[in-house]
Design a protein. Structure first.
Length: 215
């Protein structure tokens, strides 16, 4: 069970310090939003390049951008350990995933709540992780969508049937209250923004989520 705090809920003027608040995390989840694929704008390549230099933790970059075929490889080159692109935005997702792996990053595909997982069942060997959005992407602090849990179950079953080492990440509304349901359905990587950065002790909040996920 891995916990990736999202710095979307951190202080953007002091990101290096905010990353030091979460030494207990398995990776830092970096939400890149372009103001087109989602109605919000966050940060981009220059910030990710610097974060990769100052962070002791691996960077898990979640690209909520149009044309990821064009932009995603640069994040792998910038030092991201993992790069996640959206299925809804990628023109050639298999080619893109192969390119990310060739550059040494873990490749992942993200699916919005209304995007079916079934087209990916035969493509699981092409990715290291599938991110299932448990909110509509764009903003932190939204409520966890329990309606996505059956999709988490179907994805986990397909991965088990294929015998592949593909991780299942859930992102959006993950908290002490919801993490157990996501884990029970088959998720093993948990993104949490407000539940971690809204806590007084962010490092302890990470450990609490991991403990609850494993329970
Ligand atoms: C939403 C982002 C999430 C977000 C999660 O579009 O992809 O990573 O930061 O924030 P919380 O945990 O507050 O829902
Ligand atoms: Zn995210």
């Amino acid at each position: 069970m891995r916990v990736h705090p999202s710095i979307l809920s951190a202080d953007f003027t002091d990101l290096a310090a905010e990353v030091r608040r979460i030494p207990t995390a398995d990776a830092v989840h970096v939400d890149v939003m372009d103001g087109h694929f989602v109605p919000n704008l966050t940060l981009g390549l220059p910030v990710v390049e610097r974060l990769a230099q100052v962070s002791d933790l691996p960077l898990d970059c979640h690209l909520m951008v149009e044309a990821p075929d064009r932009w995603a490889p640069a994040y792998a080159e910038a030092g991201a350990a993992g790069v996640t692109f959206h299925a809804e935005a990628a023109a050639a997702p298999v080619r893109l995933a192969r390119e990310l792996r060739r550059l040494g990053a873990r490749a992942a595909v993200a699916l919005n709540p209304a995007t079916p997982v079934e087209p990916w069942v035969d493509l699981l060997g092409e990715v290291d992780m599938v991110l299932l959005m448990t909110v509509e992407p764009g903003f932190g602090g939204q409520s966890f969508l329990d309606v996505v849990l059956p999709k988490v179950r179907r994805l986990r079953a397909a991965i088990s049937a294929a015998g592949l080492p593909v991780a299942v990440q859930v992102d959006g509304g993950v908290s002490a209250e919801t993490v157990g349901r996501a884990a029970e359905a088959g998720a093993d990587v948990f993104v949490a923004g407000s539940a971690v950065y809204g806590a007084e002790d962010a490092a302890a909040a990470v450990e609490d989520l991991r403990t609850r996920a494993a329970a």
